[in-house]
Design a binder for this molecule. Sequence first.
Ligand code: PLZ
Length: 433
Amino acid sequence: MTATSELQARKTAAVSRGVATRNIYAVRAENAELWDAEGRRYLDFAVGIAVNNTGHRHPKVMAAVAEQAQAFTHTCFHVAPYESYIRLAERLNEITPGDFPKKTMLVSSGAEAVENAIKMARAHTGRSGVIAFTGAFHGRTLLGMALTGKVMPYKKSFGAMPAEVVHAPFPNEFHGISEAEALRTLEGMFASTVDPERIAAMIVEPVQGEGGFNIAPAGFLRALREICDKYGIVLIADEVQAGMARTGTMFGFDHSGVVPDVVTMAKGLAGGFPLSAVTGRAEIVDAPHPGGVGGTYGGNPIAVAASHAVLDVIKEEDLCQRAAEIGEKIRARLSAIAERQGMECIGDVRGLGAMNAFELVKDRSSRAPDAELTAAIVAEAEARGLILLSCGTRYNVIRLLPPLTIPWDQLDEALDMIEASVEAAVQKTAAAA
Ligand code: PLZ
């Protein structure tokens, strides 16, 4: 029995099967590298699902955490507040889009940030409806799950969803949903499905993460801004996956110039410590009465210390610029692979900054999803020492999420492994057919 198979057996016996896992049991990780229970070394292109944008154990983050641990680790901000939380709120009010008075609330997970953003929009507008988009992902809590626009595995078997959440189509040119058609359908929904004056908020990811790295066109975001202004709807940018320098700008929305009313952040915000934030127009974030929002762990001091260090590192190491450069390199290489003979399975290569993906199809004319090949490529990569994640409502997209601090030679090493993995998977599927 290997160390991994033993852990796997214990996991199966002791942990809820609903909590699905890969079989890479982590023992140690450093920047872009991770070692498992077998002592195998991997390049990590998942980074805890877009969390360690500053790499595993960035020295500055570790130092900030160690220093905070010497002072106190938890007091509950509601009971004994601390300056570092206030200072982080000030920093987030400053760096988020929009030149107007802003306020911030800190919580612990992406889903919790989303839930609170919706509560604030409801309190502010006195309305209850929410518009989300097909293919969206906003979390696994009851409301997060309702907002999510993907049934398997997130919504299936979990009963009735909270009422007044409606999904509008997210544009997807590759699959024949134009921006114009998506907008026409949304406007049509206001006539057929829901009164826009009952809608408190519209929530949208600038680049859909779990949904398949689908980039919201700038024109689409501009149109959503206009619709929200017309009907008095709060526009929430869910930057949980796209934010914190990942797309080559601090926030995904920055590419479009569109200013949302509220921004949700998590993942990359604190370099591996559980922290999330809701930042937005002061009057919206202030709408709940005192005591109406909060929680025991929100803005945990260790996570807040990590976040200050992350924000410093993003600036000092110019990680927005580096994300843009990493992205150019990745897209150039993926496009070159896609052009090779026998690589017709790569239907699309897309991305913004260092948030890139390629979509696997049965053939380029039908663009039918190839989920089996996608899984085979992920497995081939794992066997070669590269951790990749798939995504997409049809499980046929592979996303590349290297840390923004990855050394160039390791990026090349990973891209070589991707090419070899696609080749091997294509050959094996062809041989099996
Ligand atoms: N909003 C845009 O991407 C989390 C979830 C993976 P939590 N995405 C990864 C999984 O299988 O659960 C996410 C996101 C966007 C919200 C969330 C939710 O963030 O920290 O997982 O709650």
